[in-house]
Design a protein around this ligand. Sequence first.
Ligand code: ATP
Ligand code: MG
Length: 289
Amino acid sequence: MNDAPLPQPTTPAAGAPASAGAATPPITAPVDARIIAITSGKGGVGKTFLSANLAAALTRRGHRVLVLDADLGLANLDVVLNLHPKVTLHDVFTGKAQLENAVIKAPGGFSVLLAGSGMVEYSRLTPEVRNELYNVIQTLAPRFDVVLLDTGAGISDVVLFSVSLAQEVLIVATPEPTSLTDAYAAIKVLATQQKRQHVRLVVNQAARAGDGRAITGQLQQVLDRFVTTDSGRSMRLIHMGDIPADTSVREAVMRRQLLMQQMPGCPAALAVAQLANKIESTLLKPASQ
Ligand SMILES: Nc1ncnc2c1ncn2[C@@H]1O[C@H](COP(=O)(O)OP(=O)(O)OP(=O)(O)O)[C@@H](O)[C@H]1O
Ligand SMILES: [Mg+2]
């Protein structure tokens, strides 16, 4: 659509496991995967809920965490966190505010950079949006141990660009067939367009223990048949965990509170904590504190 040169790096950022060689990359070895995109094929599957609560869980484990609301057109991280930012990403993009003033503290102790909703001009990937988003992330990433990008759903240019800035991708899907079909479509695009060799899957609103593993197996079978990566291997799907369907999630969202703070013992909160543990042990450097 537009052919402005993309600032490098544009695809799996530096620090991602080397993957084009002959040997299988040690995906489970700790790497410095500072930037993690939380994305999905279908909308409304729990990306924003997960971004906020995962950030709280990682913060509790001693990591310096930033969540960036990368759902530029329809941002709502502020709603989930009950924050009313004076300065948003929009103000930074338009030069009205300094980036430093747009980063604020969320209730869980982590930092957030909120986008401000209804910004129609950001639903299209213009050269300005590309450059601004790239610069913001590159400037902030070194100041944190982990940056979570809460992206929009689907495979629009804006979503794919923000995902391209991340070293690791966490796809969120629910067990519904529509969500899985859309997750497959998104994964396929990430293999072909971004040359990714693997993505990670979190199954949210799982009905039973073991749902996620079974779903990962089914999706992997389809990927093995139909999606080949650049290296000639099939796209590898790594199951990171399941979050059960839990009425407490909706209650926390309705009250605009963090589940990890309000109901840390409920099944969904325990599952998020377990996921944080897995992310820490597979993707992050040990916490510095
Ligand atoms: N594990 C869960 N159990 C019960 N309800 C859940 C769970 N996860 C998410 N939900 C419900 O789904 C709603 C949508 O979640 P969320 O806003 O995080 O989705 P999203 O993927 O960010 O949506 P969008 O694509 O619009 O950005 C939540 O407000 C909550 O009510
Ligand atoms: Mg969202």
